[in-house]
Design a binder for this molecule. Structure first.
Ligand code: ADP
Ligand code: MG
Length: 309
């Protein structure tokens, strides 16, 4: 049966560098084409951690040269990362589709995600991005209004807020492309965070979590399934401990219980399980599959991965 699927790609689907990404998108695309060849309608979302960091660092470095280039607002960094990652992915996907005899257009949508300026995340920016600074450099930047935090003994980094995605502006465009049988790449890097000001959308100094944005998109386009592809085949409780247990299925009640007991690490598995739970609760029947890229096909067939909902 053909399903509408939001497929969220984790960091390992794209690699850590320019060269990595060029290679990684090929195997990533082959795995995605497996799903499309099955008749599924697929919207692809993706993370942008290393890429947005690279863009931020590059412009920061350039601003310190005679070129005096501007330091880019975070919203613009995310927009650039969507364009760059989208280009590599849509290029590789097109080729992988053609190699399988499938003629489908692939489009990357620059996507804006509405956040609330009163979101408590803005009072406590906590997501580290970009390059490392010494304490002295950090103090200078803090005096100029930057938010900086010490990052795990490695030096000081800029931190940005990670507010909740409320709405996705380009939802009707995603729907229109899906209805036309095309493949869509949207909400890259969690989407460009924007704040509503009447008809104006103002870019926000934030990065939206890609797992949360993907779940929101799945909800808005009424997807049958959210698939979060990451570095592990299944979700575990007691992760990394001797009594670790991999889960095939996680009910809403169990997910809540395990969340409260702290089984999922902040910044990695926690947002995935939270987003999956949110999607499941948005309407009965909505499910999330968490597994590895190479296991996506088997996961849909119910042979592996963790299903939440
Ligand atoms: P992505 O780029 O796909 O979002 P993350 O590194 O953010 O990847 O999250 C996936 C990682 O979460 C896994 O590689 C694993 O090391 C870690 N993780 C933390 N807690 C758990 C858990 N309870 N079960 C499985 N993996 C977990
Ligand atoms: Mg992650």
């Amino acid at each position: 049966m053909s399903k509408t699927i939001v497929l969220a790609l984790g960091g390992n689907a794209l690699g850590e560098s320019l060269a990595d990404q060029m290679v990684a998108v090929q195997s990533t695309s082959n795995a995605i084409v497996d799903l499309i060849a099955h008749g599924h309608h697929v919207v692809i979302t993706h993370g942008n951690g290393p890429q947005v960091g690279m863009i931020n660092v590059a412009f920061e470095a350039a601003s310190q040269t005679y070129a005096h280039s501007p330091i880019l607002p975070m919203s613009v960094c995310v927009a650039l990362s969507q364009g760059y990652i989208g280009y590599d992915l849509q290029n590789a996907l097109r080729e992988a589709l053609l190699n399988r005899g499938i003629e489908k257009s692939v489009t990357t949508l620059i996507t804006q995600v509405v956040v609330d300026e009163k979101d408590p995340a803005f009072d406590d920016p906590s997501k580290p991005i970009g390059s490392f600074f010494t304490k002295e450099e950090a103090d200078e930047l803090i005096a100029k209004g930057a938010h900086m935090k010490e990052d795990a003994g490695r030096g000081y980094r800029r931190v940005v807020a990670s507010p909740q995605p409320i709405d996705i502006i380009e939802t009707p465009s995603v729907r229109a492309l899906l209805d036309a049988g095309q493949v869509v790449i949207a909400a890259g890097g969690g989407g460009i965070p924007v704040i509503r000001q009447g008809n104006h959308l103002k870019g926000a100094a934030a990065v939206v979590d890609k797992d949360w944005a993907s779940a929101r998109l799945a909800e808005l386009i009424d997807a049958d399934l959210l698939i979060i592809l990451t570095a592990v085949e299944k979700v575990a409780i007691n992760f990394g401990k001797p009594e670790q247990e991999w889960l095939d299925f996680l009910s809403v009640a169990d997910a809540r219980r395990y969340l409260a007991a702290g089984h999922f690490a902040k910044g990695s598995m926690l947002p995935k399980v939270q987003a999956a739970l949110h999607f499941a609760e948005s309407r009965p029947g909505r499910k999330t599959l968490i597994t590895m890229l190479t296991k996506a096909k088997e996961g849909i067939e119910g042979k592996t991965g963790t299903v939440i909902g």
